[in-house]
Design a protein around this ligand. Structure first.
Ligand code: BGC
Length: 733
């Protein structure tokens, strides 16, 4: 009897085994990804492989329906999950379940100088993407801030390659920990919007490697990004979406990138280069950036039928196709078909809290005479809030990063909540037009009457909060065009002058992703740089202004006094914006503070600068030794003391200079930073590490990084313009 049961049970087991064996390896979530990729690839037809490589709708591409391999759904990015759009058009699909949390724009994140918040940001936005069933989040953006005119600077992380690198890595890790691929963009040299679709950028190899590539390299090698987006512009006469040097040589060969190269929307221009030069997934062809719509013949995409035909005719090696398909399958197995993929959540209280925290820490206090701030609730009976940005939505517009949000606390909302509605009078003061893509739309309101009403409000108030800056209209902080000047738009300078005539007690709060000129700077006692803060904008601003939160943000880019002081603008048109065909980055490696310091030009506000309501002292800087070999790590130590009476945080910054070198080097380059939180009166010891290898310059002769033996000067400070201590160390042969 026993043996019969065993036999039957045994047959059952072998049947189960047989059934299990029938399951192809690619479906087995416990198998290594590479095995799953090869398993799927081995049973796919050429047609199926090709169909992975191009879009099927505005934001999605095909999977392999026959095999149950799901589609790839992408979505912008980078500071909120964009609403659903129509299948073939940019227009919203009017779903009612897709209003997201808006997180602060990436300039604000970068201004926190706090990589832990970057991780929180990545996880939170990753969860929102996951809840909405997205495979790929189209962000973060890490193009270097080269000119204050670039309409898209607000989507990026500032002017410094080291800061961008340190901030981008945790963002990617956070997003991908939720099983959503980050898509780092725009690779590379998309540093302006003017003529972005065709301008041919050239620059020295040194500037390329030292300034424009490091954040991408960190994103790939440390962040392990699963996808990257090519840029619209050309680099050395080849479009970046199919640029052999950038994609095949640098990204895939030198950096070992194993993810998917996604084209920017409409950034592909021919089949041959798309097939051979490292592009994997073609999106948005026959669309002009954000503007055109229509019924596109997806099958006619460059990587669709023309590519298939080329393969069948033997023009393209099947290995090219296999490589693309392999990368796309890998992305799918890493995301939608991975084991234990978290479920995500959408507009959760935790996301609001994260957005508020990041906003609070990113806000930068630029000027604070006579301790204007904090303005404690109850201090004034009558506060005039003036300026359109106090009440206008700043999450709508700006191009592809425009968001449909579940809620947005405006600065006015936040101030009313903090100070009470009986104490606040609001006046618009100036008005821009509506946000219409592709053109400037003036306001229909009468500017003189707006000024008159605002002046009246200011005259009768004890204090004025002017809330202005730029907005997301075309030719402001908006994709597809650059700003026309560095000035504040919509008559704000005149308005501030008019207000000053009746009330000198004015704080200027600037909401923007770019530096603006400040002709009134010496006449106002307080200035705040408030970025685009997302859903929690008003709450976070009010927290800082009222002193509930002590500001600790630092500028991630320099504010020049005037446009001509900025490096990109110092060499005429060929440097910026180019002659409409070509452009050469003549300032070379001297971008941002590297330029200001080396050329001894005083910026309005320096990179790394930002005030606090308390004060800090940096103790003596010491290193573990004085002579290092090239493969060692320099360990430095110093103390920070909060010498004021309020808890707060200081961003300690370590810059390095190589005074004697065969090539000219910037006076300062950021190599380490740490944000230190200190209670009033508290002292903490801080340690930082710098690899000697990171002191190298890119040697164009050797086509490699090079450190020349000799002395280096470590410079410790709390902004690029405020160095309190220097320490010499020596690197030996
Ligand atoms: C932008 C990308 C964006 C894509 C999809 C393009 O115009 O340059 O950053 O992800 O559109 O919206």
């Amino acid at each position: 009897m026993k043996s019969i049961i065993l036999t039957i049970a045994g047959a059952g087991i072998s049947l189960m085994v047989a059934a299990q064996q029938k399951q192809p390896v690619y479906l087995d979530v416990n198998k290594p990804i590479e095995e799953r990729v090869e398993s799927a690839l081995s049973i796919m037809t050429t047609e199926e492989k090709v169909s992975l490589c191009y879009a099927q709708s505005k934001f999605s591409s095909k999977g392999v329906p026959r095999l149950g391999i799901p589609e790839v759904w992408t979505d912008d990015g980078p500071h909120g999950i964009r609403e659903e759009v129509l299948w073939d058009e940019w227009g919203g699909a009017n779903w009612t379940n897709d209003s997201c949390t808006a997180f602060p724009a990436l300039t604000c994140l970068s201004a926190t100088f706090n990589p832990e918040l970057s991780l929180l940001y990545g996880k939170s936005i990753g969860e929102e993407a996951r809840y909405r069933n997205k495979t790929v989040l189209l962000g973060p953006g890490i193009n270097i801030y080269r000119t204050p005119l670039n309409g898209r600077n607000f989507e990026y992380m500032g002017e410094d390659p080291y800061l961008s690198s340190r901030m981008v890595v945790p963002y990617i890790q956070g997003v991908q920990s939720i099983g959503v691929a980050a898509c780092v963009k725009h690779f590379a040299l998309n540093n302006q919007e003017e003529w972005r679709g065709h301008i041919n950028v050239d620059l020295s190899d040194r500037a390329l490697y030292e300034i424009y590539l490091p954040a991408f390299k960190a994103a790939v090698q440390e962040g392990k990004a699963w996808s990257i987006m090519g840029a619209y512009n050309q680099f050395r006469k080849e479009h970046c979406c199919h640029n052999g040097l950038l994609l095949n040589e640098i990204l895939k060969k030198d950096w070992g990138f194993d993810g998917v190269v996604v084209s920017d929307w409409g950034g592909v221009h021919n089949t041959d280069q798309a097939a051979k030069n490292g592009l994997d997934l073609e999106m948005g062809t026959y669309t002009n950036g954000l503007t055109t719509k229509g019924n596109f013949p997806y099958a006619e995409y460059y990587l669709a039928n023309p590519f298939l035909k080329g393969i069948k005719e033997g023009k393209y090696d099947i290995a090219l196709l296999n490589d693309k398909a392999r990368r796309i399958l890998r992305l799918i197995f890493r995301t939608t078909m991975s084991a234990n993929r978290p479920f995500g959540r959408f507009v959760s209280p935790e996301h609001s809290e994260a957005a508020r925290k990041i906003a609070q820490e990113g806000i930068v206090l630029l000027k604070n005479e006579q301790r204007f701030f904090p303005v404690l609730p109850g201090k004034f009976k009558k506060i005039a809030v003036i300026g359109e940005n106090a009440s206008r939505s700043l999450v709508i517009g700006g191009g592809s990063s425009s968001l449909k949000v579940a809620y947005e606390s405006s600065p006015l909302d936040g101030l009313i909540a903090k100070y009470g509605k009986d104490h606040i009078v609001y006046s618009l003061g100036y008005a821009s037009g509506p946000s219409v893509y592709g053109r400037e739309e003036p306001s229909r309101l009468n500017a003189d009457s707006l000024i008159a009403a605002a002046v009246k409000a200011a005259r009768h108030a004890e204090v004025v909060f002017f809330v202005g800056g730029l907005n997301k209209n075309h030719f402001q902080d908006c994709e597809g065009g650059d700003r026309r000047s560095m000035s504040l738009p919509f008559g704000q300078d005149q308005l501030i002058d008019a207000l000053l005539k009746v009330n000198k007690n004015i704080a200027v709060v600037l909401l923007s992703g770019n530096a603006v000129s400040m002709p009134w700077i010496n006449k106002v006692p307080a200035i705040v740089q408030g970025w685009y803060l997302g859903s929690e904008a008003g709450n976070a601003l009010a927290d800082v202004i009222s002193g509930e939160v002590n500001p600790s943000g630092k500028l991630p880019f320099s504010f020049p006094k005037k446009l001509e002081d900025n490096a990109a603008h110092a060499y005429g048109k060929i440097s910026y914006p180019g002659d409409s065909v070509n452009q050469y980055y003549k300032e070379d490696i001297l971008v941002g503070y590297r330029w200001f310091d080396t050329k001894k030009i005083t910026p309005q506000y320096a990179f790394g600068y930002g005030l606090s309501y308390t004060s800090f002292d940096l103790g003596t800087l010491s290193a573990d030794k004085s002579i290092y070999s090239k493969d060692e790590v320099i360990k430095v130590r110093f103390s920070v003391k909060n010498t004021g009476s309020q808890d707060g945080a200081e961003v300690t910054q370590l810059y390095v200079n190589d005074p004697v070198c065969t090539v000219s080097r910037p006076v300062k380059e950021l190599k380490a930073f740490k944000k230190v939180f200190l209670e009033a009166g508290e002292t903490k010891s801080v340690e930082m590490e710098i690899k000697v290898a990171d002191l190298a310059f890119y040697d164009e002769g050797k086509k490699d990084w090079n450190i020349e033996a000799g002395d280096f000067v470590l410079q410790l400070g709390n902004s690029s313009a405020n160095i309190s201590q220097k320490l010499k160390i020596t690197v030996k042969e």
